[in-house]
Design a protein around this ligand. Structure first.
Ligand SMILES: [Fe+2]
Length: 722
């Protein structure tokens, strides 16, 4: 194990430039005739090439990885203001020589300080081996403008770059942009080697060498990374992509992580593969994932931050941080995975279990809402005949018999009993609890009323939960846990986040937000679906809809800050809309959600979920509804998301943002998802990139769309661009 402080010393060598400013803030330039050593092309010795990140007005992080055997290797860093390196920046000779250590997979990070603001720099690494000087490719980076500069800022943001069987045509196009930097909102890697539920299993892939150290899933059909070796191997594979390398060689990156840098739909150190069958908390795995991220990503650890593999997770692992780009852009990057609690409805929740009984509803709401459903005490009702039927079914589904206790939903009992009866002769069948009996029973809310139709399932837990009951239950839980049920950021990050936002002097406070802030529901009450589905559903409680009470609390403050714009990834779709305070939609902030670089688009994921779920796949028309998700989301009949101005759930791509003192313009640049299976590098002209432009104006929280040169405003009351 590494000792505390060791990691920082080893991989984050502060190459403080001598910084004897020739004039103003400009760093000293070396006379090139002083150094005329011969360089040999060494690009092959840097198989992940080079990268830069976390640009500040006077510094930037440079990254490289050298691959040449097991020994520690000596590298030198060169920084210049021209691509030919005739105007080199004077770096402290002692500190510009760095060691690529075997124990960090030969990754090196250098923080170059003393640079001039808003300036393009070129950099390269030189691997000195014997009398040869092997040189990496040349990277281009750019420092942030000075805080007082009246600078227009242009950057892109991306997320979700599944590599398995997919190509980075998005990056082929992105590399052609002129940008100050790009933001990565997470899912830079996917931890699984080919999960057929959402990954391609043909085409390019990743083989984990340390297969013993990985987690076998689907009876070993594919694996999830667990060991440090596994996670490093994923970064090496992903970063071997020529188009991703090109982007890193062209712009500095500012990255946060989402779930897949560790594990799908994770919270803290807990994975969710088994849907609650076993406890998947694995701190060692989380630490391995974190270490690989810190080794491979060009992130600044900050003044006080020390990465220490022996340190507590999450307490000592702080990645949330902010960046100021002149007077107009303050980028605030959060970490929404490390501190969040389990989902409101656990995957392993027993569907029949009543979570709010009649007395509780009366106490909390003053009456029993229409949507409450009858329940019985399972031990006493019907002399216990239902208890034994349910216990058998629960055990068959992997539950403990002890789950079958207390108040249980009648609808759930009847559903199970109907199934049990199918296997029984007529004279032995158990009677269902009829409508007449139900009329006399107490009513409450059970997990099944929250949408939890299946046992051990993400449906009705992370995805596709009933909106109206979730709204009631989450509010009561929030109150009784004093906010802990939705403590998505953790107390420390939340205070930092709000203080940073409220203290910002920049025109635009841009929130680098991992998952969807704006509510996304669908309303099936008028659709021809079985009675139990004629409801409003949240699409994804793994996102902010799972933290709606906390969202309200934060929005209350962010609305007052003004000009807060969330930029978001995760959902593999392009959306433009506003997240408004429940009960007061005038209080809202603008959000622009960008599609995935390459991962399966949201529509495709949804179709896969419906097909893969035993309950949903049996619902007639469910597949068609999934295919028409954008119509459901933007419906003017159900008016379920009037705040959603634009939805495209079937596209790949990226978003370019241009912000100045008056406006923030986004250009959603999308690519047909069928292109993802083909590498367009050698046939760039065949790759079509569509553009859709939106903007918001300083002092407002409206969204405008560019209709061939005319900016039309989204009117939520009519759901039209006017
Ligand atoms: Fe993703």
């Amino acid at each position: 194990m590494l000792k505390r402080r060791d990691f920082l010393r080893a991989t984050l060598v502060t190459a403080g430039a001598l910084a004897v400013p020739a004039c103003g803030d400009d760093p000293e330039i070396i006379d090139p005739v002083l150094d005329d050593r011969e360089l040999t092309d060494g690009a092959e010795l840097f198989p992940q090439s080079i990268a830069s990140g976390d640009p500040r007005p006077d510094s930037v992080i440079l990254w490289a990885r050298v691959q040449d055997g097991e020994e520690d290797r000596d590298l030198e860093v060169e920084v210049a203001t021209d691509a030919e390196f005739t105007k080199r920046v004077a770096l402290d000779a002692g500190q510009s020589k760095v060691k690529a250590l075997a124990r960090h997979d030969h990754c090196v990070k250098v923080k170059v300080r003393g640079l001039a603001a808003g300036t393009v720099y070129y950099y390269r690494f030189i691997y000195v081996k014997g009398d040869k000087n092997y040189v990496s490719r040349v990277g281009r980076t750019r420092t942030a403008p000075a805080e007082e500069a009246d600078a227009s800022v242009r950057f892109a943001y991306v997320s979700c770059q599944d590599y398995i069987g997919r190509h980075y045509n998005t990056y082929l196009a992105l590399a052609e942009e002129e940008l100050d930097f790009f933001v990565h909102l997470g899912d830079y890697i996917y931890e699984t080697t080919g999960d057929p539920s959402f990954q391609n299993t043909t085409g390019r892939g990743v083989e984990l060498t340390d297969v013993e150290g990985a987690i076998p899933l689907a009876d070993g059909a594919f694996h999830a990374a667990r060991s440090l070796s596994n996670y490093r191997e994923l970064y090496r594979a992903y970063r071997s992509d020529a188009n991703l390398q090109k982007v890193h060689e062209s712009f500095p990156m500012i990255a946060t992580w989402d779930d897949h840098e560790f594990s799908n739909d994770a919270y803290g150190a807990t994975a969710t593969y088994s849907d609650g069958r076993i406890d998947e908390t694995d701190v060692d795995r989380r630490k391995a994932a974190n270490q690989a991220w810190f080794e491979y990503q060009p992130v600044d650890h900050g003044e006080d931050f020390e990465y220490d593999p022996g340190a507590e997770f999450p307490g000592d692992i702080r990645i949330y941080r902010d960046f100021v780009f002149g007077r107009h852009v303050h980028l605030v990057m959060t970490d929404l995975r490390s501190y969040r609690p389990d989902h409101l409805i656990p995957e392993g929740a027993f569907p029949g279990k009543v979570v709010l009984d009649q007395a509780r509803l009366l106490e909390e709401l003053g009456d029993v809402p229409e949507l409450a459903q009858p329940y019985v005490d399972i031990e006493s009702y019907g002399d216990g005949i239902y208890a034994s039927a349910l216990t058998g079914a629960a055990q068959a589904a992997g539950y403990d018999a002890a789950e079958v206790t207390g108040n249980i939903s009648v609808a759930f009992i009847n559903q199970v009993v109907a199934g049990v009866n199918e296997g029984l002769p007529e004279d032995m069948q158990i009677p269902l609890i009829g409508a007449e009996e139900q009329a006399f029973l107490d009513r409450g809310i059970a997990y099944v009323d929250l949408g939890k139709t299946g046992m051990h399932s993400s449906i009705g837990s992370r995805y596709f939960a009933v909106k109206d009951t979730v709204d009631i239950y989450s509010a009561i839980r929030y109150k009784e846990t004093q906010g802990a049920s939705e403590d998505v950021m953790g107390a420390e990050q939340e205070s930092w986040f709000l203080e940073t936002m409220e203290g910002s002097k920049a025109t635009w406070k841009v929130w680098g937000n991992e998952y969807c802030l704006l509510p996304l529901a669908i309303d099936l009450s008028a659709n021809s679906v079985p009675e139990q589905f004629k409801r409003r559903f949240y699409m994804n409680l793994d996102a902010w809809d799972g933290f709606r009470n906390k969202r309200n609390e934060l929005l209350e403050r962010l609305v007052d800050v003004g000009n807060v714009v969330a930029i978001t990834g995760d959902i593999h779709a392009f959306y433009a809309g506003t997240a408004g305070l429940d009960g007061d939609p005038a209080k809202r902030i603008v959000e622009f959600v960008g599609g995935a670089v390459s991962s399966a688009p949201f529509r495709e994921m949804l179709q896969g979920q419906v097909a893969g779920d035993p309950v949903l796949s049996a619902v007639p028309g469910a597949a068609l509804l999934a295919a028409g998700i954008d119509n459901l989301l933007t419906s003017t009949t159900t008016k379920v998301n009037p705040h959603l101005a634009h939805a495209n759930s079937y596209a790949h791509g990226y978003v370019v943002v241009e912000a100045n003192g008056d406006e923030l313009v986004v250009d959603m640049r999308s690519i047909d998802p069928t292109a993802v299976k083909t590498d367009y590098t050698a046939r760039r002209d065949d790759l079509k990139v569509q553009s859709k432009r939106f903007r918001t104006l300083a002092g407002e929280s409206d969204i405008y769309r560019d209709d061939d040169g005319t900016w039309r405003r989204w009117d939520a009351s009519t759901q039209k661009w006017i």
